[in-house]
Design a protein around this ligand. Structure first.
Ligand code: EPU
Length: 346
């Protein structure tokens, strides 16, 4: 079926739109209506169409944190807005970035400008607008530390909302945007970046990688390069094999639960948080349940990293979700620990 495409000035509407190229798990689902938004100011007008108002709404960036289990019987908003505004204030640089900008392009641009902070977060797929939603994090840093505020269209109050970092209620892979799904459409993120700051080198592998690179006085761009090496070795490239990065969050449990598990399984990998609770390595739990590299049809767990659900080719969203649920059931059965998914499952 040929998709009908209409340019509305500021956004384009496409009927019965294929989504296979718009989600990194490469699920060939379709959307009843797809709206490519290039001008966030047009959102109220777009959301007011009866066809949009009546159905479900799904906001999409690069689709790198999403599992579509079937077709979307509603509207998919693909945020394609662009733009970066910089304001210098003493040692701090404030940068407002449109939601549709690619996260990794933005990180590389900041490093090129000599701003510090985002170096550990290089090479994470996705858009800038998606970054605060799950509070992306890697190698000992989280985006929350650098977010000053988030601008969003509040679909409930029907107005532009500015959420401060505190309003965003950031936590491990979590924020207000996950607590109130569907309420906010992120349109821009305002970052505050320092010129210099203490580099995060403590996460496993970074110092060793810097030594391998022959760097003894690292600058932010050296740390970024080390992270690029580490990620490229460990995580499958979505351009090569369909995946959405970590598919499961590392579960957080009470210390008593962690200690009991550790007694039973001394090899268990876990970290203690500031609050005394334990964060368990979901990758370890999944690998110890025998799933690393396992494949069922075209759905499977990566042989490189046990947290990553992969599509070897033609797996449907339903098949991928069934396989993920099998993994979760097996981990619960073996260790008594429930896993939560990191991507949005639709
Ligand atoms: N491990 C295994 N088997 C594996 C992989 C890892 O047992 O197949 C164990 C190892 O002991 C390893 C430990 O797990 O030392 C930690 O592995 P890793 O450093 O890869 O970190 P992670 O906790 O598995 C988290 C993030 C990643 C992020 C890395 C590095 C979550 C859900 N995932 O993974 O984020 O890149 O740390 O900071 O917190 C993502 O969110 O999409 C993502 C890739």
């Amino acid at each position: 079926m040929v998709a009908e495409r209409v340019d509305m000035g500021g956004y384009t509407l496409i009927e019965n739109a294929p989504l296979g190229a718009r989600n990194t798990l490469r699920v060939n689902a379709r959307a009843r209506l797809l709206a490519e938004v290039r001008d966030a100011a047009k959102l109220p007008e777009l959301l007011d169409f009866p066809a949009v108002r009546q159905g479900k709404l799904l906001v999409l960036g690069e689709g790198s944190n999403l599992l579509l289990t079937g077709d979307v019987d509603g509207t998919v908003l693909a945020m394609a807005t662009r733009g970066v505004q910089v304001e210098q204030e003493g040692d701090v640089t404030r940068i407002a970035v449109a939601a549709g900008e690619r996260w990794d392009d933005f990180v590389r641009w900041t490093l090129g400008q000599g701003y510090a902070g985002l170096e550990n977060l290089i090479l994470i797929p996705g858009t800038v607008g998606a970054a605060p939603i799950q509070n992306i994090g890697a190698y000992g840093a989280e985006v929350a530390e650098f977010v000053e505020s988030v601008e969003a269209w509040d679909t409930r109050e029907r107005r532009v909302a500015i959420l401060t970092r505190r309003d965003c209620a950031f936590a491990y892979r979590d924020s207000v945007f996950k607590h109130e799904p569907g309420r906010y459409i992120v349109t821009a993120v305002r970052f505050a970046l320092p010129r210099t700051h203490a580099l995060r080198l403590d996460y496993a592998g970074i110092r060793e990688e810097l030594v391998r690179m022959g760097v003894d006085k690292p600058a932010p761009f050296h740390v970024a390069e080390a992270v690029v090496h580490l990620r490229s070795r460990k995580l499958p490239d979505p351009a090569v094999i369909g995946n959405a990065g970590s598919f499961f969050k590392n579960p957080i449990v009470d210390a008593s639960v962690g200690e009991a598990l550790k007694r039973e399984h001394p090899e268990l990998v876990a970290w203690t948080g500031a609050d005394g609770r334990w964060k368990l390595s979901a990758a370890w739990l999944i690998e110890a349940s025998g799933f690393k590299g396992v494949r069922e049809g075209d759905a499977g767990i990566s042989n490189r990293h046990a947290l990553v659900l992969v599509n070897h080719g033609q797996a449907t969203g339903a098949e991928l979700w069934a396989f993920a649920q099998r993994v979760m059931a097996e981990v619960r059965e073996k260790f008594g620990v429930g896993l939560e998914t990191e991507p949005v499952v639709v």
